[in-house]
Design a protein around this ligand. Structure first.
Ligand code: HAM
Length: 428
């Protein structure tokens, strides 16, 4: 038997109803904040992620699905391509390519699969899904303002509340600007020098190439050393400090609770200033349901115009997991309102009736005239229909149909003209 590849999975009904509920709610909330949808390709040239996310990050160094293209055309052949491990770099590429800033398209969201070759475990997959949103624009549009950071965070709090996810915790930090980090990196290198020998091989490499990434280390034995290292917050310049304070002041004003976490540096190199994660108690080790931050230099790094931005990605797999405790998929699933059961030779009439009902936005399951009545009842019960409607010659002649409630056994006869309206007002 051929099975799904390790780290990938099939999302099956009824769970897919929960996924649709999450996505529909996200779209609704995003609309209220004037975000519009963008869909970028699932693969991009490898260089986009190398330059955007950063060569030294775990994502780029270890986790990407990369291959050399074998196109027929000279221009394709040998090109290094990568399945997107995240959405931000692709969105910023599209922003630059289509000059979206000139068209005032500054608030974008994207929903779809991402790919990282991580060790699969509960809440961690190799194909996973993100709901990603970004505010990006020219500095003249105020895209650098702390008001945007706070708006994004408040929107997230609203979305989680709307979904009924309550016990989340917003962790907030500022990772400063590249200028702030010059001094910080020096201090970090100095602090690492005497201790790095005791750390894992990755940290030994990071200490030389990109010391900030030491904070991404998950090796338990290294944590006591990491605890002693200097923190970026001690090195923030005046502007970054003020920016961070302004974000916090707005959050306090709009009533979004947060905790400061000066170890939070996020595993991607493009972040500047505000960085954040929302965690959720019920998720265990992989407890970050979403993460994000500001990336004021990303557009420039990709060869575009100055376009500061801030955004986030929700791990949809994890969000759905944290929802599942309280909201069973069945509660958001729409079961058939009616099962239309044709008697012998009545498939055509039944199809006509089903067509009429479906046009009135009823969920209709259509049976088959080869089924005996008993089998129709069984099939109607199995699909969870509320009513069964028998289509026989007598019913068609009388232009009135018997509807039986499958749970209570109650039966009513309704004339064809009133059927849809009756079912709509009596559905579950
Ligand atoms: P990230 O922290 O790498 O950020 O991923 C965001 C979220 O995606 C995580 O908090 C987690 O919920 C989910 N996630 C990541 N990897 C996996 C996995 N292997 N399996 C299941 N879920 C996963 C980013 O991707 C940034 N692009 C976010 C961003 C947008 N920053 C600014 N704008």
């Amino acid at each position: 038997m051929i099975k799904a590849v390790r780290g990938t999975r099939d999302l099956l009904p009824p769970d897919t109803a929960l996924w649709n509920f999450v996505e529909a709610t996200a779209r609704d909330v995003f609309r209220a904040y004037n975000f519009q949808e963008i869909r970028t390709p699932i693969f991009e040239v490898t260089e986009l992620f190398a330059r955007g996310v950063g060569e030294e990050t775990d994502i780029v160094a270890k986790e990407m699905y990369t291959w050399e293209d074998r196109g027929r055309a000279e221009s394709d052949r040998g090109q290094s391509l990568t399945l997107r491990p995240e959405a931000t770099a692709g969105i910023v590429r599209a922003y630059i390519e289509h000059k979206l800033g000139d068209r005032g398209l500054n608030k974008l969201y994207c929903i779809g699969p991402m790919f990282r070759r991580e060790r699969p475990q509960k809440g961690r997959y190799r194909q996973f899904y993100q709901i990603d949103a970004e505010i990006i624009g020219p500095p003249s549009a105020g895209s650098e303002s702390p008001a945007r950071d706070a708006e994004v965070l408040e929107m997230l709090a609203t979305l989680l509340d709307r979904l009924g996810i309550t016990n989340w915790n917003l962790q907030l930090n500022s990772v400063g600007t590249p200028t702030d980090r010059v001094q910080f990196n020096e201090a970090l290198r100095a602090a690492l020098q005497p201790v790095v020998g005791q750390m894992c091989a990755d940290c030994q490499r990071r200490a030389v190439t990109n010391p900030l990434r030491v904070f991404d280390c998950k090796v338990p034995e290294d944590q006591s050393v990491i605890e002693t290292l200097p923190r970026i917050t001690q090195f923030l310049g005046e502007d970054s400090r003020k920016h961070f304070e302004a974000v916090q002041a707005i959050l306090a004003k709009v009533g979004v609770p947060f905790s400061l976490n000066d170890r939070l540096v996020r595993g991607l190199d493009y972040y500047t200033r505000t960085a954040f994660e929302f965690t959720h108690g019920a998720l265990g080790a992989q407890n970050a349901i979403l993460g994000g931050g500001r990336y004021d230099g990303l557009s420039d790094a990709l060869g575009g115009p100055a376009a500061p931005g801030i955004g986030f990605a929700i791990g949809e797999d994890r969000l759905v997991m944290s929802l599942q405790e309280k909201t069973p998929a069945e509660s958001v699933l729409r079961k058939p309102d009616v099962y239309v059961a044709p008697m012998a030779g009545m498939n055509g009439d039944a199809a006509r009736l089903a067509r009429e009902l479906r046009r009135h936005e009823l969920v209709v399951e259509l049976g088959d005239d080869a089924f005996r009545l008993k089998k129709s009842f069984e099939a109607a019960t199995k699909v969870g229909a509320k009513y069964i409607l028998i289509v026989g010659e007598n019913e068609v002649k009388a232009d009135a149909f018997a509807l039986k409630n499958l749970a209570t056994g109650e039966q009513v006869s309704i004339v064809r003209a009133n059927l849809a309206a009756w079912l709509r007002s009596n559905r579950g």
